[in-house]
Design a protein around this ligand. Structure first.
Ligand code: F6R
Length: 618
């Protein structure tokens, strides 16, 4: 949510910053802007409402000067609509200082009132502009940008990554962060800042995550990190595990198309190296999550938002079944306000692709503050949530750029399954033979998923194009198929802007069946009859109930499921697989359907309206 990039070094920073913004555009795309300290020592800015292309066009019409110091921002609006004026950077009154910001300054109204009373005339409706004016005033007092930051951040409440340049300090960018991400890229004779490593990974793979309540000052040949009181901080350097190519479209029409095709590898990479002698072993979870501690856990709470919460819902069934410990799933944003019962025998597992989702971060912080053990399932190295948790299991899905999560979802389920199997083993709840069979089934899933994606794509594309005028689609499932139905509905809402609802199939008769009318399209995720004849029979009955009321049924079912064939208007077959890997295979056709329906409607698949990846506000 809002992409931030900054550069100091010998190169022309405008081109470099625009390239960084292009890579970060998925974080927000309602307006964008850059500020450059040009070679004559002037601070110049360009900003435009709309996607990055509008800013690029503006730079062609009105080129900005060359200079080795600059910053750029791509916005997801919080305070003030997506207009030219509200786009970042924001300038101080004298135009000598430029600020970009990600997050929300919660006390901006009172700070603004104070500044207005002091004669400041605001030029935008943003909360960010108060920071520009406060920093300029603090700078006038100290003549040092880092010192000015120290002064101002103490006065700000809320979440912020704040970056600034000052005309009187060429070759310097200062940044500060609280509850919002900021990463340093270490170069040779040049340095970078970014909301995430995508901002600079094509230039350097050496990164340092800026910690909570820290200030960083970058110059071409130095990087200095301090806490908000000025105390020195040693940053932990790490190497970015993927290269710039991984975050490029590489010939695919959309990032989402590419990322669905990458799901089998994401799944395989998440499982890779995590088994020993056919059993799952997670050996590096840290002291607070030792085998002894985990053996004594009495309750597990999975916290997440959106798609990640549906991965949690799938895993809840598995973890409870394998580790024989009660598991609850909580939407991260509801967690703290419910005042949940937490103690050191509660394990709170957060699930987040970005590792920066503010709702999830706050839930983790709440859990820790109340004594619970915290484990993060995350796809982003060095992100805030894993750093603030007792331990982490990384999903190795690679960078996910499309706003709609796809490959992260399957890898989150896989990582949570690993946690469930690990817990089942150390708690003595799962015998080795069953454990090995589950691992075998998991390891075989990537190739089956590859086949599903390859075999079903064209068929689903045709279906989606026929249905371009559809106004409402329902999704049904039971057991682990239920969260898949929810995920199918979410994908369709966010990508195709169609009313879509997911239901537990058994719930239908308690109300939602009233929605079913002649021609209503209903996707049904059908469990295999080989695993539970009773469950399968119930879903088949549900299909008959909706068919009797005129529904058009699209069934996602195991190949050769004779009980479903007569009742399905369309059948998307899945290869034979175990009960726990069914959801990994069943979700792909639903993702493809949402993508192709958005395509059929001529919509932007990768950047749906009103959304942004990595939601760093509450
Ligand atoms: C939907 C989607 C979102 C995210 C949610 C959590 O396609 O991508 O619902 O799943 O915002 O994001 P992370 O996993 O980064 O915490």
């Amino acid at each position: 949510m809002c992409g931030i990039v900054a550069y100091v070094g010998p190169r022309d920073s405008a081109d470099l910053i625009m390239a960084g913004l292009k890579r970060l555009e998925y974080r927000g795309y309602d307006s964008a802007g850059i500020a450059i300290l040009d070679r004559e020592g002037r601070l110049d800015t360009r900003k435009r409402a709309g996607k990055l292309g509008a800013l690029a066009e503006e730079l062609v019409q009105h080129p900005i000067g060359d200079g080795g110091t600059g910053l750029g921002h791509t916005r997801w609006a919080t305070h003030g609509g997506p207009t030219d004026r509200n786009a970042h950077p924001h300038l101080s009154e004298d135009g000598r200082l430029a600020v970009i910001h990600n997050g929300i300054i919660e006390n901006f109204a009172e700070l603004k009132a104070e500044l207005v009373a002091d004669g400041v005339v605001f030029r935008s409706e943003t909360d960010t502009e108060v920071a520009a004016h406060l920093l300029a005033r603090a700078y006038r007092r100290s003549g040092d940008l880092t010192e000015a930051f120290r002064d101002v951040v103490r006065r700000l409440r809320g979440a912020f990554t704040l970056l600034a340049v000052h005309q009187d300090e060429p070759g310097v960018v200062v940044g500060a962060r609280r509850n919002s991400p900021l990463v340093i890229g270490l170069g040779e004779g040049e340095n970078f800042l970014g909301s995430d490593v995508a901002a600079f990974v094509e230039h350097t793979k050496r990164a340092v995550a800026v910690g909570q309540d820290e200030i960083v000052t970058i110059r071409p040949d130095s990087v200095e990190i301090t806490d908000f009181s000025g105390g020195h901080v040693d940053g932990d350097e790490y190497e970015v595990a993927w290269d710039a190519k991984a975050a490029e479209k590489g010939g695919w029409p959309w990032f989402m198309t590419k990322e669905i095709h990458e799901e089998p590898d994401a799944l395989a990479n998440t499982l890779l190296g995590r088994t020993r002698d056919g059993l799952v072993v997670l050996s590096d979870l840290g002291d607070r999550l030792s085998d002894e501690v985990l053996a004594g856990i009495e309750r597990i709470v999975l916290v997440a938002a959106g798609t990640a919460s549906y991965a949690a819902e799938v895993a809840r069934y598995a973890i409870e079944a394998w580790a024989r410990v009660p598991v609850a799933v909580e939407l991260a944003h509801e967690f703290q306000f419910r005042e949940p019962l937490l103690d050191e025998r509660t394990l709170v597992i957060s699930i987040s692709q970005s590792g920066e989702t503010m709702d999830t971060l706050v839930a983790v912080q709440h859990a820790r503050a109340h004594g619970a053990r915290t484990l993060s399932v995350c796809n982003t190295q060095g992100a805030t949530i894993p750093r603030e948790s007792d331990g982490v299991v990384y999903t190795h899905a690679g960078p996910e750029v499309a706003v709609a999560s796809t490959k992260a979802f399957v890898s989150q389920i896989a990582a949570l399954y690993l946690v469930g199997l690990h817990l089942g083993r150390i708690r003595g709840a799962l015998d080795d033979a069953t454990h090995r069979a589950l691992v075998d089934d998991l390891l075989a899933a990537p190739e089956k998923l590859r086949a599903v994606i390859q075999d079903s794509w064209t068929r689903i594309e045709t279906l989606a194009h026929w249905m371009a005028d559809t106004h409402s689609v329902l999704f049904l499932g039971r057991h682990v198929g239920f969260p898949i139905a929810l995920e199918g509905a979410l994908k369709l809402k966010e990508l195709a802007y169609i009313h879509a609802e997911g239901f537990a199939a058994g719930e239908l008769k308690h109300g939602p069946i009233a929605l079913v009318d002649h021609g209503q399209v209903v996707f049904v995720v059908v469990p295999s009859p080989r695993h539970s004849a009773a469950l399968h029979a119930k879903v088949v009955s549900n299909i008959q109930e909706i068919r009797a009321r005129g529904a058009r049924v699209i069934a996602i079912a195991e190949q050769g499921d004779a009980a479903v064939i007569p009742f399905a208007d369309e059948l998307i077959p899945l290869p034979l697989t175990g009960p726990w890997t069914e959801p990994l295979l069943a979700v792909a056709p639903l993702q493809i359907f949402a993508l192709e329906l958005a395509n059929a409607k001529g919509l932007d698949v990768d950047q749906p309206r009103n959304l942004a990846k990595s939601v760093t506000v509450e």
